[in-house]
Design a binder for this molecule. Structure first.
Ligand code: IMP
Length: 456
């Protein structure tokens, strides 16, 4: 078959008549939960395709539109704009049952989910034995307790890299799926029983359930790398929607307290099939303070009354698991690191209004290890224990910024806070969030013009 109006792929790529669309990667600059959903929503006023490239239903993007709350786990944020095309890329680990549940909730909420949502035929499938293995290993004596979301994410990526995973295309191939599930169930049941004394899973029941799911999923499945490259060559603009955050990246995060995917901007390339040369802009999202869920290092954690206040004011409870998030202060060495790894040129600062009550705001400006200032981020989780965070106390504004929509409208100390972040990170602040709703947002004019965004 010759896609793209009779041209071969090679002819299409070479064709000079077509103008390539813009691309932007949205990446979490901290440990996830930075509020990426809201910036995706703003970009989709102009960008017409949104592609998820990593993670799975461990992510939870909360978007509030006209007071109505939507929690998206697998489905990209563009689904809330009827004209947007949404792609679940090959880098995602895909739970068919979680997906169907999410689609049915969206439909019940009046959201259109037809011909605007596509799943990569190369995405890996999460199956019940992945969850079984994860639960067993998280609770096993002597293992490092990561504090995962228990969605089977890690074991599914293990099977991918071990070249024994089931991909979405295989899920639609009944005979292949049968052989795969029978063999995998036998193997996983034996391992889980021997290591964790887990009860065995029933392969027949699993086959029936996943065959039914496969029938419902089939209309969404296609070669999304082809779809994305075609869209780009036709002049459509694409947002690559990151999940989790830089410090949860399998390579660059606080290993082993990380997720199992490439959450950083590089993952947008391998996780969708778009070439690195096609990435135009990387937008890093950071809260005005810092949070993390689960175990692992957190140099600026505030384990006091102020941390508790941040949790309450910021409603810092996991969107997926409901777990209270750990809270702390903005960490500039970490933001600089995120800037370097991802190539961040624009920052989006979210939850600015959560700091409204403070007379003074501590910000970590440097790390000292053994008394020496360092730009290097420790490679080992235990290395973080040696970090002494150096704080600068920034003046607070102690007045409400909720709902402010222009930089000029912010109190002077808030403007200075943002200018300080820009100076220390070398990235420009393009957008500030001053409340959970779509409209409680400051859009910096230069950001709007550089990205060619519509403000309506
Ligand atoms: P997993 O991704 O379920 O394997 O969990 C690994 C680590 O990443 C745990 O500390 C989780 O709490 C954390 N994590 C995974 N997804 C998210 C997210 O969307 N936001 C924040 N933390 C996450």
């Amino acid at each position: 078959m010759r896609p793209w109006g009779g041209l071969t792929v090679a002819q299409f790529q070479r064709s000079s008549k077509l103008k390539r669309g813009k691309t932007a990667v949205i990446v979490g600059a901290q440990w996830g939960d930075e509020g990426k959903g809201k910036i995706v929503d703003v970009l989709t006023r102009t960008f017409s395709v949104v592609a998820r490239y990593a993670g799975g239903h461990n992510a939870g993007h909360t978007v509030i539109i006209e007071g109505k709350k939507f929690i998206l786990q697998l489905v990209p944020g563009g689904i809330l704009r009827p004209t947007c095309i949404n792609v679940i890329g090959n880098g995602v680990v895909f739970d068919p049952l979680a997906f169907l549940k999410e689609v049915s909730t969206l439909r019940a909420g009046g959201v259109k989910v037809d011909n605007n949502l596509f799943i990569s035929n190369r995405a890996q499938v999460i199956l019940p034995y992945h969850r079984m293995m994860e639960l067993g290993s998280e609770n096993a004596p002597g293992r490092v307790k990561i504090g995962t979301t228990s969605r089977g994410i890690g074991p599914a990526y293990e099977d991918k890299m071990g070249r024994r995973g089931l991909r979405v295309a295989d899920l639609l191939d009944t005979e292949l799926m049968r052989t795969h599930i029978e063999n995998a169930c036998r193997e996983k049941n034996m391992i889980a029983h021997a290591l964790f004394n887990s009860d065995p899973l029933d392969a027949d029941k699993m086959l029936k359930e996943y065959s039914e799911a496969a029938t419902q999923i089939a209309p969404f499945v296609c070669d999304t790398a082809l779809l994305l490259n075609k869209s780009l060559r036709e002049g459509k603009s694409i947002v690559f929607e990151g999940a989790q955050g830089t410090m949860l990246d399998i390579d660059h995060g606080t290993y082993p307290f990380v997720t199992s995917s490439s959450a950083t901007s590089g993952g947008a390339v391998t996780g969708t099939g778009i070439a690195p040369t096609a990435i135009d802009t990387v937008i890093g999202i950071t809260k005005a303070y810092c949070t993390r869920v689960g175990g692992g290092p957190f140099p600026t954690e505030a384990l006091d009354e102020q941390g508790e206040q941040l949790r309450k004011r910021g409603n810092e409870f996991g969107a997926v698991t409901g777990r209270p998030r750990r809270t702390g202060w903005l960490d500039l060495p970490l933001l600089r690191y995120a800037g370097m790894i991802n190539g961040i040129s624009w920052l989006v600062v979210t939850k600015m209004d959560v700091l409204d009550h403070l007379a003074e705001i501590p910000v970590c400006v440097a790390y000292k290890i053994n008394g020496k200032t360092t730009e290097e981020i420790p490679a080992q989780a235990c290395g973080y224990e040696k970090i002494e965070s150096v704080y600068r106390k920034m003046p607070g504004w102690a007045t409400s910024t909720q709902g402010i929509t222009t930089v000029e409208g912010l109190p002077r100390p808030a403007r200075e806070y943002l200018a300080f972040v820009e100076k220390e990170t070398g990235a420009r602040v393009g957008m500030v969030s001053t409340g959970p709703d779509r409209d409680q947002t400051i859009l910096v004019p230069e950001f709007v013009s550089k990205l060619g965004l519509s403000t309506k």
